[in-house]
Design a protein around this ligand. Structure first.
Ligand code: PLP
Length: 421
């Protein structure tokens, strides 16, 4: 989707100066847009008792962004020791962190229990016995298998490596209870980047039905259900935004019916990353080359190390040229980076206005799963991150990687072992 209009209004007048000061490439995030979306989420679900968002840290793991999340009352969804470290450093408390790991190692468990711990979300039934300790509050990630079809992005649940199967789920809670758990949550994540609200409502219903079944069989009640992430955003101008209002309204109905039958309602947790920050970031680059061979190429000074989604998923990211209206097109062009991989393209056969070397291009919707997915293949280094603050000032919130960072893992004490059998 073209970046939100008010973000564009805030950024356009200052972009030239920001580029002069900080140099391209960079991702820049819009604090006001992020806060507006956060407030909109809270307002839309305000009828749901105990609604809470746990921001999926992997989407945009920058301390300044996480600070904004905490300030809005959000918790965090983490799945690695490093993400736990990051959240604890931000001052997140045990109840602010859901640890949704999979294929979890003993080391990760130990770390999850450190300090005050976290809300532990177990991905497999065997982990109940393997975990060194089962906290009072325990959650399982449920995989419905053939009972649900995933969406086009996440694929078929039957083939997914995540979660506890339907056949195992009741036993899993029983085992956890036997090991001392006395408060329970139920989690799932069956869709990714879904813009059809009906899928999300189905997920709420599926979890409430399952809560009912488990409660009936074990006589336990549930503190929360967690529908995971997957709230989608329209990357393409032709796509319609997710109908959050219908999700909230239908969830309210399902919760009311549940309350009538059981005399209580669980809290509703969501772990959205993309929906909160995705549209509120752009990758700003300069055009540096043009090439006309069998097709036309616009070369820019960033590559897939800054944004992997087009290369991995063939994902569409809208591109505009600063100071130029879309069209009249100069014909179709591929917008490419300089990595030695032919899928290093930000756009394929895109209609763009005539571009000259030096032009500033904005690649839209990079606020989630953008910088964080970056990598160092081909010695390519990740760009800096900036924050357009609510007061209009621009803050450097992560510097660019330097060759010294790349070589840092080559600085170590020599170590050689010989095995004498
Ligand atoms: C990736 C992930 C999320 C966030 O997904 P979005 O598409 O950013 O909403 C939430 N929960 C879990 C368990 C995830 O793996």
């Amino acid at each position: 989707m073209p970046m939100p209009q008010d973000f564009e209004k805030r950024l356009n007048p200052i972009l030239k100066y920001v580029v002069e000061e900080f140099d391209t490439p960079f991702h820049i995030y819009d604090e006001k847009g992020i806060r507006d979306t956060g407030r909109y989420l809270l307002k839309t679900f305000s009828d749901i008792l105990n609604f809470r968002e746990f921001f999926a840290v992997k989407a945009l793991p920058n301390p300044r962004i996480l600070e904004i999340m905490l300030d809005m009352g959000f918790g965090f969804d983490c799945s690695s020791i490093t993400e736990l470290l990051l959240c604890r450093r931000m001052g997140a408390k045990a109840n602010d962190i859901i640890f949704t790991s999979n294929n979890t190692s003993l080391e990760e468990f130990k770390f999850a229990f450190k300090n005050q711990g976290c809300i532990l979300n177990l991905d497999d039934i065997t982990l109940v016995d393997k975990a060194p300790y089962i906290p009072g509050l325990i959650c399982f990630r449920y995989n419905p298998g053939p009972r649900r079809t995933g969406n086009q992005f996440i694929g078929n649940p039957k083939e997914a490596k995540y979660g506890v199967s339907h056949e195992q789920i009741v036993h899993a809670y029983q085992m956890a209870r036997d090991r001392g758990a006395n408060q329970f949550g139920l989690h799932t994540m069956v869709v990714s980047n879904e813009i059809d609200h009906k899928y999300i409502i189905q997920t709420v219903k599926m979890l409430l039905d399952l809560v009912e079944e488990i409660s009936f069989k074990l006589g336990i009640i549930f503190k929360f259900i967690n529908i995971g992430g997957g709230l989608g955003i329209p990357y393409h101008p032709d796509e319609t935004p997710l109908d959050l209002i219908s999700i909230a309204a239908e969830t309210k109905n399902l919760f009311t019916a549940f309350n009538t039958r059981h005399g209580y309602v669980p809290a509703l947790y969501v772990e959205s990353g993309r929906y909160i920050t995705g549209p509120h970031g752009v990758l700003v680059v300069n055009a540096i080359n043009q090439k006309d061979t069998y097709r036309k190429f616009i070369g820019v000074n960033a590559c897939m190390s800054s944004l992997m989604r087009p290369a991995i998923y063939g994902a569409y990211h809208h591109i505009t040229v600063h100071g130029k209206k879309p069209g009249p097109s100069d014909g179709l062009a591929d917008v490419v980076g300089s990595l030695c991989e032919n899928n290093d393209k930000f756009a394929i056969q895109r209609s763009l206005p005539p571009i000259e070397d030096g032009d500033i291009l904005m690649i839209h919707d990079t606020g989630a799963h953008g910088h964080s997915v970056g990598f160092n293949y081909n010695g390519r280094l990740r760009p800096k991150e900036l924050l357009l603050r609510e007061d209009g000032s621009v803050e450097l919130i992560r510097r660019e990687e330097l060759p010294a960072d790349y070589f840092a893992t080559l600085n170590f004490e020599p170590s050689v072992m010989a095995v004498n059998l």
